[in-house]
Ligand binder design. Structure first.
Ligand SMILES: Cc1cc2nc3c(=O)[nH]c(=O)nc-3n(C[C@H](O)[C@H](O)[C@H](O)COP(=O)(O)OP(=O)(O)OC[C@H]3O[C@@H](n4cnc5c(N)ncnc54)[C@H](O)[C@@H]3O)c2cc1C
Length: 361
């Protein structure tokens, strides 16, 4: 009989347990240990509450979770309540599936001002994460800036833009539903340092912005390369860029605007005791497609800044760590000495839920 500890009950943890079951059948016992009292990681606390069909993937994990040889041990923070060395002494193997729950910090003057919120906190707030229930983001302001050009930025912008009626069928928590229903925000800026061809937004999620009840997206076609260049993009990105181009033709007749600010690099947050504006430097692409500043700056008046600029895995004592990539040092998931890592803790915070499945296997 093998005894395996999986640390983390998100997708990577459950795919690992599923793979262990498939491989060893009744000859394995898996303990899935999590710091939270409830399982499923970002499926519960990250995936947007109005995306129930995606959240429904938990049913697959539930099958594994309810089987006799898999046990969920909640409310245990590995590194504080029990050490990796202790676990290595107790189990045949330890699999780190701890994800990447820490926001990459916004490194600029004013980043500590009240009203600057990391996406892990903001998303946790509307998803019922107990540590962020008291976040109380400022929604009595007329404009917000969402920094980032990936799907998390889209989630945040969409949640800020939706009407109460559009949350029917979601599982948004009551405190966020009520606060968002009373929100005064009318303009939501989504900022990317590079251009439309460099976004990391998937077409389905981007397309949704074109069909909101009371909000409409706005783009400046002057930011786009010539339309013929779209043919060079891979099909998913080409579809996303087509959505962006189509946004330009939408009538701006709704109460809220979602403004895409491309080639926009935030350089400072300013305000008297709280966020009042974001200072942005215009950029251009160099020959390596990297954003370089032009020296020209402008201000975006806003009272809320949500940073969606990536995540890091918190280091654990005794586990080698890659500081620059914010993940455990590993070779194809193997750390060594009976220690493994999977999911975001292995690869860093990229890919969809399904990308974590091969890691487990
Ligand atoms: C805001 C947001 C929205 C997303 N939306 C989508 C989407 O719509 N579709 C999609 O395909 N993907 C989405 N993703 C990506 C998807 O959530 C990830 O690919 C996936 O959750 C990563 O799985 P994981 O198991 O590595 O990490 P996680 O899901 O983060 O799970 C890690 C688990 O480890 C636990 N843990 C961490 N440290 C410790 C410790 N020291 N001790 C004990 N337990 C610990 C955590 O509590 C957590 O339960 C989204 C991600 C985010 C951030």
């Amino acid at each position: 009989m093998r005894h395996i500890a999986v640390i983390g009950s998100g997708p990577a943890g459950y795919y690992s347990a599923e793979a262990l079951q498939k491989h060893y059948g009744d000859e394995v016992r898996v303990d899935i240990i999590d710091r939270m009292p409830v399982p499923y990681g970002l499926i519960r606390f990250g995936v947007a509450p109005d995306h129930q069909s995606i959240k429904g993937v938990y049913r697959r994990y539930e099958k594994v979770a309810l089987s006799d040889n898999v046990r969920f041990v909640g409310n245990v923070l590995v590194g504080r309540d029990v050490s990796i060395d202790e676990l290595r002494g107790l189990y045949d193997a330890v699999v780190l599936a701890t994800g990447a729950p820490n926001d990459r910090p916004l490194d600029m003057p004013g980043a500590e001002l009240p009203g600057v919120v990391g996406s892990a906190a903001f998303v946790g707030w509307y998803n019922g994460h107990p540590e962020f229930a008291a976040l109380d983001p400022p929604l009595d302001v007329t404009a917000a800036a969402v920094i980032g050009n990936g799907n998390v930025a889209l989630d945040v912008a969409r949640i800020l833009a939706k009407t109460p009626a559009e949350f029917v069928g979601s599982d948004i928590v009551a405190h966020a539903f009520e606060a968002l229903g009373n929100s005064a925000i009318r303009t939501i800026h989504v900022l990317g340092r590079r251009g439309p061809h460099q976004i990391a937004m998937t077409p389905k999620e981007l397309g949704e912005l074109g069909h909101l009840e009371d909000a409409v997206p706005e783009v400046d076609l002057g930011d786009f390369p010539p339309p013929l260049d779209d043919a060079l993009l891979e099909p998913g990105l080409r579809k996303s860029v087509t959505h962006l181009r189509d946004f330009a033709g939408l009538p701006k007749t709704k109460r809220k605007l979602i403004v895409f600010d491309f080639f926009a690099k935030p350089v400072a947050v300013e305000g008297d005791g709280k966020v009042e504006r974001l200072i942005v430097e215009r950029t251009r692409l160099d020959e390596r497609q990297a954003a370089v500043g032009t020296g020209e700056t402008y201000a975006i008046p806003c009272g809320l800044v949500v940073t969606c600029i990536g995540y890091k895995t918190p280091p654990l004592e005794g586990v080698p760590y890659e500081e620059d990539r914010g993940r455990f040092a590993n070779s194809e998931g193997v750390i060594g000495g009976g220690l493994y890592c999977v999911g975001w803790a292995r690869r860093g915070p990229t890919g969809t839920i399904g990308t974590n499945r091969p890691d487990g296997y």
